[in-house]
Design a protein around this ligand. Structure first.
Ligand SMILES: [Zn+2]
Ligand SMILES: [Zn+2]
Length: 546
């Protein structure tokens, strides 16, 4: 009798805790089209996920997805797999790159000629050079080392929602509720962990005012949770296959509103990537209700929102991050003619999880009036100024070579047209633990204290990244600030503002203290150079400018 009572109480408790099932909506009709639905940010057993690509596409097919974007960790030196239809699902291979400023997803870029890494802004420049999009992964993670930290970098997009970030900030009670109800309603139980991630959305709105930046909901699906530190997907001690790909893929997704798939994997992958580049997509929490559909259009200043939504849904229209209009149900019209800006739509359902509740549908910004151009870093042409020459042909004075014992470095003056220039040769070897490097150190001279820029011409025998460093060696190792530059076979003039240099290692000041700088170093290290590789750099006409 007692046992029965306990069971009854447990059953009632479970019933109370159980999240409601997904609300079933009719298929979108009329003006609204279903769009092309897929999932972004998935890990397989190529990095720290548990399943194969086959497991991923099978789970995606079962969840009714049309495409998957797989983003295993890497440095982009592996040639991405060609796009392919597998189990009827378009498989697109991308890569998640670790940088000093957080993780970036490179989507649609070709194989990198050297490992991508180091500062976020440099990795983004490399991704752009390789034809890809750079999207900040889990920018608002509760784990500081996983947060995105350089918001001035020219990102193409960010993850406004990331499932891995979401569970990290949950209260224990919500986590327990999700775990207990997971066996019964898996996608809905996972969705209990979602919130409206305020700081990330605020940041997104702020950036969208200035330039185009796409927001995506990212599964960050590993199909794996570590056992030792509960929930840590990177824990190697042991893992549960939880949540499964199948469940993650039913929790939320992104929909490309205008894309059309042809069945040709190459053509379709390009269409998917271009739709993401254009921000022609919205995110939906499918565990709450579906199938969802959204259309946001602006004709002149007349904004119109159409949605496949239940009558109790609330449509909120935001302009530059502030709500300007709300409506109930399927449609909202708003006259935006007098107020140009970046407009965005969120649709919420009553009883949605989270405080504040996670939006059920999230659009991308559409611009009324003059929209900002897609941002490119302002290109700086060598402004006329006062130059102080440091090297311009002829023998070198006071330069030294620094390297780990196993690496090799040589410096020669070679004939050039006209005059002569410096040839720096390096061969990087050793073990990763040695942090191999080769550095060519030039005396900075007392003049450095009054300067603004370092200018030089350079080329390399292959694509590479060279780290230019300012060193203040007031005793011991000293402090260093760096700016890395891309070099290849075409000679180019490099113009570096000292105020753009960033600390490498610990420094007492974020900006270089020029009065203390006594050496300028040209460094090749393993951040962007593989151990075992060698190469050469020609450099000339090194000067300060102000
Ligand atoms: Zn990551
Ligand atoms: Zn990831």
């Amino acid at each position: 009798m007692r046992r029965l009572a306990v069971l009854a109480i447990a059953a009632i408790a479970l019933f109370v805790m159980m999240p409601p099932g997904a609300r079933q909506l009719p298929a979108p009709a009329g003006e609204l089209t279903p769009g092309v639905r897929g999932v972004f940010h998935i890990h397989t057993n190529r990095s720290d996920g548990t399943g194969s690509i086959e497991d991923v596409v099978r789970a995606a097919a079962a969840a009714g997805l049309k495409f998957v974007i797989v983003t295993d960790h890497g440095d982009a030196t592996r040639a991405p797999d060609l796009p392919d239809y597998r189990a009827g699902v378009l498989y697109i291979d991308a890569v998640e790159i670790s940088t000093r400023n957080g993780h970036i997803i490179a989507l649609g870029s070709s194989k990198a000629p050297y490992p991508l890494g180091g500062e976020g802004r440099d990795v983004i420049a490399d991704i752009h050079r390789l034809g890809g999009l750079a999207i900040a992964a889990h920018p608002g993670s509760a784990k500081p080392e996983l947060q995105w930290t350089d918001w001035s970098a020219p990102l193409d997009g960010l993850e406004w929602l990331n499932a891995d970030s979401e569970w990290r900030d949950e209260r224990p009670w919500t986590l327990a509720r999700a775990l207990l109800t997971y066996p019964f309603r898996p996608p809905q139980a996972l969705a209990l962990l979602l919130d409206r991630p305020e700081p990330v959305i605020r940041r997104w709105d702020e950036l969208a005012r200035q330039r185009r930046i796409v927001g995506l909901a990212a599964a960050d699906a590993h199909a794996r949770v570590g056992v030792r530190s509960l929930g840590e997907p990177y824990d190697s001690a042991g893992s549960l296959h939880f949540p499964s790909y199948a469940t993650s893929f039913r929790e939320f997704s992104i929909t490309l509103s205008n894309a059309r798939l042809t069945g040709d994997a190459n053509v379709d992958a390009r269409a998917v990537i271009e739709a993401i580049r254009d921000g022609a997509l919205y995110s939906t929490i499918d565990a709450l209700a579906g199938p969802a559909a959204l259309s946001v259009s602006a004709t002149g200043g007349a904004l119109r929102v159409d949605a496949q939504a239940p009558a109790d849904a609330t449509i909120t229209l935001f302009r530059d991050g502030a709500p300007v209009a709300t409506g109930q149900g399927e449609r909202l019209e708003h006259d935006a003619a007098a107020a140009p800006g970046a407009y965005r739509v969120e649709i919420t359902l009553p009883g949605s999880p989270g405080t504040p509740p996670v939006p059920w549908i999230m659009s991308n910004p559409i611009y009324v009036g003059q929209g900002p151009e897609r941002s490119e870093p302002p290109s700086r042409t060598s402004a006329p100024g006062t130059f102080t020459s440091l090297y311009n042909g002829g023998p070198v004075r006071g330069w030294t070579i620094e390297k780990n014992p196993q690496s090799d470095a040589r410096m020669d003056v070679i004939g050039a047209l006209p005059g002569s220039q410096l040839l720096l040769r390096f061969a990087i070897s050793g073990t990763p633990a040695d942090s191999p490097y080769a550095a060519f150190a030039m005396p900075a001279g007392a003049a450095v204290a009054m300067q603004e820029r370092l200018v030089f011409t350079a080329r390399a025998d292959r694509p590479m990244r060279l780290s230019v460093q300012l060193r203040a060696s007031s005793g011991g190792e000293g402090e260093r600030w760096q700016r890395t530059v891309y070099l290849d076979r075409s000679p180019r003039t490099i113009d570096l503002l000292f105020s753009d240099f960033r600390p490498t290692g610990t420094t007492t000041s974020a900006l270089p203290v020029l009065s203390k700088v006594d050496a300028i170093l040209f460094v090749v290290d393993t951040t962007n150079t593989r151990i075992g590789s060698n190469g050469q750099i020609q450099i000339d006409d090194i000067r300060y400018a102000r």
